[in-house]
Write a protein that binds this ligand. Structure first.
Ligand code: GAP
Length: 511
């Protein structure tokens, strides 16, 4: 979030109200009312344990969400992938985990304390509150055909509304020191710039990456988790020599687009918005927003801003400590400029869920007629569970025993689910619905030997069913790890990836 400007001023509000009355062209915004698609998605998230309203048994907390057993895995996989891409695949970025409680002076220097505000208006009839920059995007709760202010009821004058969450350090309220919950992870990076530079001995350009919670007292939390009051960010502050920022910004834009594509968001559904000067923070020379076509409109996933030297200069002033860099090549000292790719973890989760959610009519092997299946086509990279292991029949102890043995072996390498309840078709559907990319089935041929085909006569084989095509392939158990590794996690650290030298692991299955 850039500071230095209120999100939108009174002038803009007035022009928008005029525009509602048809007196001047109104910039078209892409919000639409929540669709039934979103209702279904939200229901699936609750039913299968991706996302729950926080403190639900006490009536919930607006704009605050909890991630359930599957949601937390999905989220962790996204963060892990981002972390590996930033701090392992690249040699020019190091990590940081700074505190959430933030010294007041930090947010005074950054400008947040004074200017991190939204403008809101209240309807004099129904007393609902709206952000002035969103009047054209939301609807009157009483007369939903109209935007607020268009419905006939007057709005109050705009009021400024502070987005920072304030708390206190120390037990005695009167003498306690005011601190803030950080509104972005970025400031923690800027104030540790000197320490990180010293210990990492990096040369420009180099970056500091951080993933963590941020808190904003949003006026209108909405669209499920899209705008929350507590959320997570994945941010890099990339320090560069003055004069190189614009070129490096272009490279970051391409890299971040490729990253989202590699997670399964098609390029055609990501819009790159060159943010106009009037909407940028005053110190930003250029900013791109990467926006995803959500079912409720096209909205920001990530901002990539060229912030010049604003942040380091502000903190050098505020703290009285120099935050500059000595360039050995040119023997000069200067304050680095900053490029900041700043993405939202929760928005990435939401975009991936929206993109993955599908309902389709299918007919699976052995089924009589077509039926509708719900499937989450999540990339295997981030799918919460990578493999489901299923005995063909629950009432055959020899199948169950073998399936449990295979499941506990696979668990050493991948998140693995074991399921024996219900027909095999229903179990496949359950796995489809939570996005499990592969199902391994133990059948009679596993025990007795394959009847035909290239593996004819072999025992200890399984079928592997692909979630997306529903096609099944027979694979020897001893080859299963390598088979899955090729498909599940090409190149991600933290998972088992067969490489020269560790291929033998795949043979560890007892024959
Ligand atoms: N340090 C720069 C910064 O914080 P921002 O555009 O305000 O910039 C960056 O936030 C990203 O954080 C956004 O692109 C979005 O993905 C996520 N984000 C911001 N506010 C959010 C909110 N209220 N709920 C969920 N995600 C949010």
């Amino acid at each position: 979030m850039g500071v230095g400007t209120v999100r939108f001023g009174t002038e803009l509000l007035k022009s928008r109200l005029l525009a509602f009355a048809g007196e001047e062209p109104y910039p078209k915004l892409s919000f639409v009312k929540e669709t039934s698609f979103m209702d279904k998605m939200v229901a699936l998230c609750k039913r299968r344990g991706f996302i729950f309203p926080s403190c639900e048994i006490y009536g919930g907390l607006a704009g605050v969400w909890d991630y359930g057993p599957l949601g937390v895995e999905l989220k962790r996989n996204i963060k892990e992938y981002w972390w590996v891409c930033m701090t392992q695949y690249r040699d020019d970025i190091v990590g940081l985990d700074s505190a959430i409680l933030t010294h007041r002076a930090v947010l005074q220097a950054s400008g947040h304390e004074g200017q991190f505000v939204d403008e809101l208006v209240e309807c004099k009839e129904c007393h609902s509150r709206f952000r002035t920059d969103e009047l054209g995007a939301v609807f009157c709760p009483l007369r939903p055909k109209f935007h607020p202010g268009q419905c006939g009821a007057p709005l109050t004058e705009p009021r400024r509304f502070h987005l920072l969450f304030k708390t206190q350090l120390g037990p005695v309220e009167e003498s306690a020191e005011t601190v803030y919950l950080r509104p972005e992870t970025a400031q923690g990076i800027f104030v540790q710039f000197r320490n990180v530079l010293e210990v990492s001995r990096k040369k420009l350009p180099f970056g500091i990456a951080q993933i963590g919670k941020a808190f904003r007292n949003e006026v209108n939390p909405r669209h499920f988790t899209f705008r929350s009051r507590e959320f997570e960010q994945m941010e890099v502050e990339y320090f560069v020599k003055p004069g190189t920022g614009l070129e490096l910004l272009e490279r970051w834009k391409e890299e971040r687009l490729a990253w989202y594509e590699s997670l399964g968001l098609p390029r055609s559904k990501i819009r790159v918005r060159d943010v106009p000067e009037s909407e940028r923070a005053f110190y930003s020379q250029k900013t791109y927003d990467l926006e995803y076509e959500f079912p409720f409109g096209t909205h920001e996933l990530e901002g990539i801003a060229y912030r010049t030297d604003y942040d380091l200069v502000q903190h050098a002033r505020g703290s009285g400590k120099p935050l500059d860099y000595f360039d050995e090549e040119t023997q000069t000292r200067f304050v680095p400029h900053v490029i900041e790719p700043s993405g939202g973890v929760d928005r990435t989760v939401l975009a991936l869920l929206c993109e993955a959610y599908n309902e389709e009519e299918v007919k699976e092997d052995g089924e009589r007629g077509k039926e509708v299946r719900t499937v989450l086509r999540l990339s295997p990279r981030v799918a919460p569970i990578k493999v489901g292991v299923l005995p063909l029949l629950r009432n055959r102890p020899e199948l169950v025993a073998k399936a449990q043995e295979v499941a506990s072996w696979l668990r050493r390498f991948y998140k693995t689910a074991y399921d024996e309840a219900g027909s095999i078709g229903r179990r496949y559907r359950r796995m489809d619905e939570i996005g499990t990319p592969f199902c391994v089935t133990i059948d009679f041929e596993t025990l007795e030997g394959v009847r035909s085909g290239p593996l004819a006569g072999r025992r200890n084989t399984v079928t592997v069913r692909d979630r997306d095509t529903m096609a099944q392939e027979r694979v020897a158990i001893e080859d299963l790890l390598e088979y899955l590794a090729q498909k599940v996690s090409p190149g991600i650290g933290g998972f088992f990836v067969p490489r020269e030298g560790n291929q033998g692991l795949g043979k560890s299955w007892p024959a």
